[in-house]
Design a protein around this ligand. Structure first.
Ligand SMILES: C[S@@+](CC[C@H](N)C(=O)[O-])C[C@H]1O[C@@H](n2cnc3c(N)ncnc32)[C@H](O)[C@@H]1O
Length: 392
C-alpha cells in the first residue's frame, strides 16, 4: 500500500467503504491511488471514521483531504451530504461509485431527494419572505417548494481568494441543482464569479460552474455578461507577466426563456432624432430605393450592451460603511441593475450567498420580496443593519 499523510481529520466525517473492481491505470496522484486501493481493500459492510485512517496513513506528502477531493473530483468516489430527518447536517459520507450502500433509516441522502418535491417539507413558504437565514443555503432551499423564486442574484465564494472565516468551500453541485429546483419556470439566476490564479494559471472554476449549470442542471445560458471594475488591488507592472485583472463574469441563466426582460436603456445615441441620413428611404425586394414610412428616428437612448462598469472599493460600491466589514461585496448598483432587468415589483428575489446583504437590500429598496442565506454568523449584523437603515 502507498503511504499518505493524514491531516485535518474531522471526527464527524464518516466513510462507507465497499469492495469494487478498479481500473488502476488512472491518471491519479500517488496518494489518491493509495487511498483508493485502501478504500477498496476494506470489506463492504465495514464503516470507518476518517480519524481512524490515521493509523493506516502515517507518512507521505499529501494530506488525506486532498486525496479525497481528487477522488471525488475525478468521480471515483462520491461525496454525499447526510442529514437527519429534521434536515440537520450531520456529516459527509463517501462511497465508491456504482456500489450504493444502504443508508440507515433515520438518515437520508440529500442529493437524491432534492428533485423529489415530496421529500422536501414545506411549512407555509410565505413565512420565508423578507427573511435572512444564517445557515447553509441548502438548508434554506430545503424549506422552499419547487418553482418558488423569480430571481436569484448571487456571487459564490471564488476558490480560495477569500476565506470568509472558513466558509469558502461550498457544495457547488448540490447547490446548483437546488437552485434549478427552486427557481420558477422562466425565472433567472445571475451568477457573478471570478477565478483565482493558482501557480500561474487561472483555475477556470467560473467556466466549469457555468458548464455544469447549463449541461447538468439544465439552465439556459441566456447571456455571459462582464462586470468591469474601475480598478484593481493588484495593478499590472511593466516588468510583470500579466495585464491587470479588471473584470468578473456575470452569467445570466434562465429556466427556459426569461419571463421578465426590462432592458435598461441608458446608452445615449449620438444620432438621436436621425433617420436614414435625413431621408426616409429603404431598398425594396427589387433592390430599388423607395420612400417608406417604416423608419423611425434614432431614439435618444437604446439598451446598453452587456459589459457593465461599476466603481468598486470603499465608499464607491455602496454608501454603507458597515458593508465593507465583509471582504468581497459587489456594488449596490450591480444588484440593482440585475433586479430591475430580470424581475418586477412584488417578485421574490433570493441570494443564497448573502455576504453583506447587497442583493437583499436592493431587492427591498426596489419593492421586491427578498430571502437570503448566509452561512457565517459574523455577517448577520451587517445584513440586518443594511436592510434596516437603507442608504442609497
Ligand atoms: C462573495 S461573498 C457574497 C458577497 C455578497 N454578494 C455581497 O455583496 O455582500 C460569498 C458569501 O457566501 C457565504 N457562503 C459560502 N458558502 C455558503 C453556503 N453554503 N451557504 C450560505 N452562505 C455561504 C460566505 O460566507 C460569503 O459571505
Amino acid at each position: 500500500m502507498i503511504i499518505s499523510k493524514v491531516t485535518k481529520t474531522n471526527p464527524k466525517t464518516t466513510y462507507s467503504l465497499v469492495n469494487n473492481e478498479i481500473i488502476f491505470n488512472a491518471d491519479l496522484s500517488t496518494s489518491a491511488k493509495g487511498l483508493l486501493s485502501f478504500l477498496l481493500s476494506i470489506p463492504a459492510n465495514k464503516k470507518i471514521q476518517k480519524k481512524d485512517l490515521k493509523q493506516y496513513f502515517t507518512d507521505g506528502y499529501y494530506s488525506i483531504d486532498s486525496a479525497f477531493k481528487e477522488l471525488v473530483d475525478r468521480k471515483y468516489i462520491q461525496k454525499i451530504e447526510l442529514r437527519s430527518e429534521k434536515g440537520r447536517f450531520i456529516g459527509y459520507d463517501f462511497e465508491v461509485y456504482d456500489s450504493p450502500k444502504k443508508i440507515k433509516k433515520e438518515v437520508r441522502k440529500i442529493v437524491n431527494n432534492l428533485n423529489n418535491p415530496k421529500s422536501v417539507k414545506v411549512d407555509n413558504p410565505e413565512k420565508l419572505l423578507n427573511q435572512i437565514f444564517i445557515e447553509d443555503c441548502q438548508l434554506t432551499m430545503l424549506k422552499m417548494p419547487n418553482a418558488f423564486v423569480d430571481l436569484v442574484v448571487c456571487s459564490p465564494p471564488y476558490n480560495e481568494i477569500r476565506k470568509y472565516h472558513g466558509n469558502h468551500d461550498f457544495d457547488f453541485e448540490n447547490i446548483a441543482k437546488e437552485l434549478h429546483r427552486i427557481i420558477k419556470k422562466h425565472g433567472v439566476l445571475v451568477w457573478v464569479v471570478g477565478d483565482e490564479t493558482y501557480r500561474g494559471s487561472e483555475t477556470a472554476t467560473s467556466f466549469k460552474q457555468a458548464i455544469y449549470l447549463k449541461e447538468v442542471c439544465g439552465f439556459n445560458l441566456h447571456d455571459t455578461m462582464i462586470f468591469e471594475k474601475n480598478g484593481s488591488a493588484f495593478p499590472a507592472n511593466k516588468n510583470g507577466h500579466r495585464y491587470t485583472q479588471i473584470f468578473e463574469y456575470m452569467f445570466v441563466f434562465s429556466k427556459g426563456k426569461p419571463k421578465t426582460c426590462n432592458l435598461i436603456s441608458d446608452k445615449q445615441n449620438r444620432w438621436e432624432g436621425w433617420t436614414n441620413w435625413g431621408k426616409k428611404t429603404q431598398r425594396n425586394n427589387k433592390d430599388e430605393i423607395v420612400e417608406t414610412t417604416n423608419i423611425n428616428p434614432v431614439p435618444e437612448f437604446s439598451p446598453r450592451n452587456n459589459i457593465w462598469r461599476y466603481a468598486t472599493g470603499a465608499g464607491y460600491g455602496t454608501k454603507d460603511k458597515i458593508a465593507h466589514e465583509h471582504p468581497a461585496i459587489f456594488p449596490d448598483k450591480l444588484a440593482e441593475d440585475h433586479i430591475l432587468s430580470w424581475s418586477n415589483e412584488g417578485d421574490i428575489v433570493y441570494d443564497p450567498f448573502a455576504g453583506s446583504g447587497t442583493t437583499l437590500k436592493m431587492a427591498k429598496l426596489l419593492n421586491r420580496k427578498y430571502i437570503g442565506s448566509e452561512k457565517n454568523k459574523k455577517y448577520k449584523k451587517i445584513i440586518e443593519n443594511r436592510i434596516r437603515f437603507i442608504l442609497r
